[in-house]
Every structure is written in C-alpha cells, then in structure tokens.
Design a protein. Sequence first.
Length: 168
Amino acid sequence: MLEFTAVQVWFPYTLATSADAFYINLSGSSPTRTSGCLYLVSDTGNKMIFNTNTPNTSLFGTARLTLNFGNVYIKASNALNEVTANYDMPIFMESSNASPIGFGLQLSNATNATSTNSAYFGTTTTNDLVLMTGNTRRLTITSAGRVGIGTGSPKAPLRVAQSNYNFV
C-alpha cells in the first residue's frame, strides 16, 4: 500500500507548453512550481527532472539533474570545486569510513584561446587510482605518480609485471 500523507504538496499540473507533468513541491503549499521540485514530464520524451522551475526550456531543461530516454544530464554548479572558478566537479563520490577516499570528475572551462579546457578524473585524496577487470587490479597510478601495470606497488616511474616474455 502506498501512503502519501507524508507528502506536503503534490499536484498534477499541465505546463504552458502542452506537456503534462506531475511534480512534487516540498517547499510550498500551492500548485505554483518552485525550484525545489521533482518533475515527471511527458512531452517529446518522458523525463524525470530534479530541482528546476522550468522543465521544458530545452531538451534537458534547466535542471541540475535530468534523466531522459536513458541519458543522464548533470549540470555542475561549481559547489564541489576546490581549485578555481574555471573548474566544475559535477560528480564526486566519497567513501563513508573514518578516513574517506574521494573520487571526482572535474571539468575545466578556461578560455577558448588556450588548451586548458579539459576533463579530469581521479582521487582527490592521497590514494591510488586503480583500474580493474575481473575484480583484479590491472593498472595502478600511485599518489606519487608511479604507474604499475600488473602490479599494485610499482617501485619505479613505470613498472610492467609480466609472467611471460613476449615483447613488442
């Protein structure tokens, strides 16, 4: 059984663009949409949009997070940035233990006249970055910048561990 009594306000609402939307407005008590809404929108494609008051301004709306036909759109707000105003970090994950490990995807939007526009991914703490297949460590980049292929503890700037001697 579903219980909706804990929901402060919810209204089916027809938008001016003729798209139908069901939205939940937790920050008010009227059908006027605000920026704290969750929308389920049916227009040119079914979308689920979080935290917007204009869900139909473009294909993805102006929301911070939009799910549309299996595509995920995340708009960065620079809230997780620790470098400069030119960087956004739309994705950041952190473990929940006493010494958390942070991992982020960061985007640099400097000037178009330079080659500094780029995307970064990696740890934000002094932990290794590891790529795995089959639940086995295959590539390790240590916090010191050493790269190990087939080893988790490279002792040189580049270490390739192998069990056979086929060379390229």
